[in-house]
Design a protein. Structure first.
Length: 460
């Protein structure tokens, strides 16, 4: 352990060869040096991507630059995967052979799924080569998030088939001195709190929804606040939250811990006191792009630019969904100026998802923006709310309807003025005035995995 401690003190990054040159011209040259082999491999080994080449009327050798690549091959995403499933059916063996190819499927080691929040859960296989890529990324992220030998990580993402759960046990294998406690969201809040206290966890890893819910449950289950658990850091992912200033501030205050954000690709936030977005840590593993959500055209990677993120794996033998100009539908805003934390890598914030964008009088609104505003009124509200949709989005007939839980100490006669305050804040920040229906505390279901903020009444 003495040697490991010295090792930690002397290195700025986990990978001192790659991380210092992230987001540099030197890195871009390295990326392009890999691309011809990547494109040839995809064409020869992956039916799904070969069909994309053929439909575009190009061969791998026709693509001479990243600009050619962006113009020749349209991005693909979950919609295309759903089309494949609709055509082939629910025989996931055939689906995966078409999507990933026989060569990758020979090295299938771990099979998980997406959460299925937008429909049928889609397969999320882990190939042995891909596990090695994720182990490298996870170690880079853990290093920046101040993991140290002796830390005990309470893994509280869903472990049953979910892509952000069980794989983390494999991905952190190479990080020295860290112990994983695989509790899982399925254990429920009582067991999660008990196990974290019993085994003296130092790091919580799970959704921000769960971290918030544990704040409410800790006094009931443990007889003390979550701060007494002594966690040093909260690592959140799988949904927005850790990047929302109001949510972040609440988590940091209640736990007395640093809050880190991870997700939307190979990224994690830094420990700068003011959230700066997530640093993209894997230029050597995957080529990152932004595309316009309307046209699918490439968006220049300029400071402040916004678009749907898509990526291309530079190690196709292990690629899963960041395969070839593939997107999971997250809308990112990128920041290319130096981060005040001093660390490398351009940064991105997840603005929302292309499939959860709402339009109220033509104004785009994302649930994460509403969540931030609602959490700014805690403790007069609990922080729990739902967006009521009577028609299929994105169009919303105004006013935007919300169900919001008021706080324990708020009297009924105060609710009208509180609704007016929230309405003013929403109008100021996102140009929308909501219609609020008040609910008593603990009315809405608490989720240990992802919280569904949209109540789709049109499906009932």
């Amino acid at each position: 352990m003495e040697d490991e401690s010295k090792y930690f003190e002397e290195r700025e990054y986990w990978n001192m060869e790659i991380e210092p040159i992230l987001n540099t011209p030197e890195m871009r040259e390295l990326q392009w040096s890999k691309m011809p082999r990547v494109l040839k491999w995809q064409y020869e080994n992956t039916p799904f991507n070969r069909d994309r080449f053929d439909k575009a009327g190009v061969k791998p050798e026709d693509i001479k630059s990243f600009e050619d690549f962006a113009e020749a091959i349209p991005p693909a995403g979950q919609e295309e995967v759903r089309e494949v499933i609709a055509e082939i059916g629910l025989d996931m063996e055939k689906v995966m052979l078409y999507l990933f190819g026989e060569e990758r499927m020979k090295n299938l080691y771990l099979l998980t799924t997406t959460t299925g929040t937008t429909g049928i859960p889609t397969p999320y296989p882990n190939f042995k080569a891909g596990i090695e890529d994720f182990k490298e990324f996870a170690s880079r992220a853990a290093w920046r998030n101040d993991f140290k030998p002796g830390d005990r990580v309470a893994l509280c993402f869903g472990l049953s088939m979910h892509a952000a759960g069980t794989p983390w046990i494999l991905w952190l294998q190479d990080f020295p001195g860290v112990t994983i406690i695989p509790i899982g969201a399925e254990a429920g809040t009582e067991k999660i709190l008990q196990f974290m206290k019993m085994y003296k966890a130092t790091v919580f890893a799970g959704t921000p929804s769960l971290a918030l819910h544990l704040i409410e449950k800790a006094p009931e289950v443990l007889g003390e606040p979550v701060k007494n658990l002594g966690l040093k850091s909260i690592l959140c992912g799988a949904e927005p939250g850790a990047g929302i200033p109001e949510v972040r501030a609440r988590l940091e205050g209640e736990y007395g811990a640093k809050v880190f954000d991870a997700g939307g690709g190979y990224g994690c936030s830094c420990d700068y006191p003011v959230y700066q977005g997530m640093h993209w840590l894997a230029d050597d593993i995957a080529y990152y792009e932004l595309v316009d959500p309307e046209t699918g055209k490439s968006v220049p990677m300029e400071h402040g630019a916004t678009g749907i993120m898509c990526a291309t794996s530079l190690h196709p033998e292990g690629a899963v969904w960041f395969d070839m100009r593939f997107t999971l539908g997250d809308i990112h805003q990128v920041f290319t100026d130096p981060c005040p934390c001093g660390k490398t890598g351009f940064r991105y914030k997840i603005v929302g998802r292309s499939d959860d964008m709402l339009k109220v009088k033509g104004v785009p609104v994302y649930p994460a923006s509403i969540e931030g505003i609602i959490h700014g009124f805690v403790p007069r509200v609990t922080g729990y709310f739902r967006i009521l949709l009577t028609e299929k989005p994105p169009r919303v007939v105004p006013p935007l309807k919300l169900k919001v839980e008021h706080g324990e100490e708020v009297n009924e006669e105060e609710l009208d003025s509180l609704a007016a305050e929230i309405g003013e804040e929403m109008h100021k920040l996102i140009k929308v005035r909501p219609e609020i229906t008040w609910l008593k505390p603990d009315t809405l279901e608490r989720e240990t995995k992802k919280t569904q903020l949209l109540e789709k009444q049109y499906e009932e």
